[in-house]
Design a protein around this ligand. Structure first.
Ligand code: SF4
Length: 449
């Protein structure tokens, strides 16, 4: 918590980093005591957990991607990976114990590209989630990520049969030259055919990911991509600003950011936002837009700020109330390959290896961050109920600065902290501004590998 005096707002770079989880994995460190999962989960609420299964394989490595994934899977690697996943699922379910109710309220398969797996392997993945981890996939929202080349009819049929409610496809751009510039070459016809197959399989929610800020992208070409996506009437659209990060394909090409690029991205963001709002979509966060008539997107009783998460797979994180943990993390392909190989030979999954403790201050920051970055904002009463004091007492300097920058919506009233449209546009600057000094220092000390 900070009590520093408020100074005049400094120039703000709008694209510091995307805060999809706090603390970021680059703030994790090896846990010297390797705590037993059974002890970590004892006494935790386990009746509304979220389950995430991570598949670290893709057909290509997109130039912008810093996710934990490798190209291809030689030999029987996917089989060995699923074998390890099954061992981990069993170990984790055992660690959750039987003293209290254990229930998963939501599930997701992410990556990488989960549909890199064959139809038969996807069936096995669902078995692991159900019989290994204990999730009832047909009873809860199940979200699966896919790509144009791997969204084949046989894989989609398995996913539909096993209860997937949301398919999310990374298109990035419908303009072939832009896809090439982002080092994700793909043909428009292939993308359209994949979208047709997903619609044929009748998942309740289709999400399309698009990227803005690609080299050569113009307001006109961005509009073409937006309209091509809108033609499918997707229930959700995510608009991502392009980032160039260390060790990614674009990073190695020497692409880098400057003020003009920031301007381009902000301009395209506003254009995209306004276009989707005009088409009747609702903005849920800086990146996420939803059709108002889309079926409810998530578990009714899972709240990402407060509830636990079980991640299975070598790139997945798990969260208890006091520890976030996972395995080692890398972006470089050789490092990723060796971490995956080590995962597939692991027999003992009963301990947490790498992670970060989350104390009271970090829990407050996380709650504020993850709530404030949603367009609906944060109910002050919820925060007060969980932590005792209010956010204005815990983060006076940060909130005063956000207000001075025009990032808070003055019309929200005293019971609600909500971002203004400009605040939402600057989510990727606002989020990092709430990182604690300790997390910031750990992230700065992390050496990308
Ligand atoms: S963006 Fe998606 S498809 Fe591309 S390399 Fe990353 S995980 Fe794979």
């Amino acid at each position: 918590m900070s009590t520093a005096p408020v100074t005049a707002p400094a120039a703000v770079r709008p694209y510091e980093s995307y805060v999809y989880a706090y603390p970021h994995k680059t703030a994790y460190r090896p846990l010297p005591d390797r705590p037993a999962l059974r002890a970590l989960w004892a006494g935790q609420r386990t009746d509304a957990l979220s389950l995430y299964l991570h598949i670290p394989f893709c057909e290509v490595r997109c130039g912008f991607c810093n996710l934990f994934t490798r190209i291809g899977a030689p030999g029987e690697l996917t089989t060995r990976y699923l074998d390890a996943l099954a061992r981990q699922a069993t170990a984790v379910r055992e660690a959750l114990g039987d003293d209290g109710p254990v229930r998963f309220a939501a599930a997701a398969f992410g990556g990488g590209t989960p549909t890199f797996l064959t139809a038969g392997e996807l069936d096995r993945l669902c078995d692991i989630a159900e019989t290994g981890a204990g999730a009832d996939l047909r009873a809860v929202p199940l979200s699966v990520e896919t790509s144009p080349a791997t969204a084949t009819a046989d894989r989609l049929a398995v996913l539909a049969d096993r209860g997937a409610t949301r398919l999310s496809i990374g298109v990035q751009s419908f303009v072939e030259e832009e896809a090439r510039a982002a080092v994700r070459p793909q043909r428009r016809a292939e993308v359209e055919a994949a979208l047709g197959r997903i619609r044929d399989a009748r998942f309740p929610v289709l999400n399309i990911d698009l990227i803005y800020g690609i080299d050569g992208q113009t307001p006109a070409s961005w509009r073409r991509s937006l309209d091509a996506a809108l033609a499918w009437r997707p229930e959700e659209l995510y608009l991502y600003p392009l980032y160039v990060r260390p060790l990614t394909g674009l990073g190695r090409l020497g692409a880098s950011g400057d003020a003009a690029w920031d301007e381009q991205r902000l301009r395209l963001y506003r254009q995209g936002r306004d276009h989707l709002l005009a088409q009747g979509y609702e903005q849920r966060s800086m990146r996420m837009f939803r059709r108002p008539d889309a079926p409810s997107e998530g578990a009714d009783d899972y709240a990402c700020q407060t509830d636990g998460m079980i991640g299975l797979g070598c790139g997945a994180r798990s969260y208890t109330a006091t520890l976030h943990y996972s395995f080692d993390y890398a972006v470089d392909m050789r490092e990723i390959r060796s971490i995956i190989d080590a995962y597939t030979t692991t027999e003992d999954f009963s301990r947490a290896e790498v992670g970060r403790r989350v104390d009271g201050d970090e829990a407050r920051r996380r709650h504020l961050l993850q709530s404030l970055l949603q367009a609906a904002g944060m109910e002050v009463a919820d925060y007060r109920e969980r932590f005792g004091g209010g956010p204005a007492e815990d983060f006076p300097a940060e909130l005063a600065r956000f207000a001075a920058l025009g990032w808070l919506d003055p019309a929200a009233g005293p019971g609600l902290l909500r971002l203004s449209p400009e605040g939402l546009a600057h989510s990727d600057a606002l989020g990092p501004a709430l990182f604690s000094p300790a997390v910031r220092a750990a992230m700065a000390a992390y050496l990308p590998k």
